[in-house]
Design a protein. Structure first.
Length: 75
């Protein structure tokens, strides 16, 4: 599985795929839409922050999990 990330503005209900990716994507794709106000350079309109600020916090509760180094490497 290959992942590509780009910022696009929907046009008439369709999300245009940038020219650089069109020949690479030849099969079905999974689309996740994240609405943002990035200006194309990874910054929001106020000029602060970056794309990593848009990530959601983890939803997996790992409280109380304990692994030895060997167990963690096996996983």
């Amino acid at each position: 599985m290959q992942a590509y990330e780009f910022v696009a503005k929907p046009e008439n209900g369709a999300i245009p795929i940038p020219e650089e990716f069109r020949n690479r994507i030849i099969s079905d794709v999974k689309v996740i839409v994240l609405e943002t106000k990035l200006n194309g350079f990874g910054f929001n309109e106020a000029g602060k922050g970056n794309k990593s600020d848009l990530l959601l916090p983890p939803v997996l509760d790992t409280k109380g999990w304990k692994f030895s180094r060997e167990e963690a490497n096996e996983r």
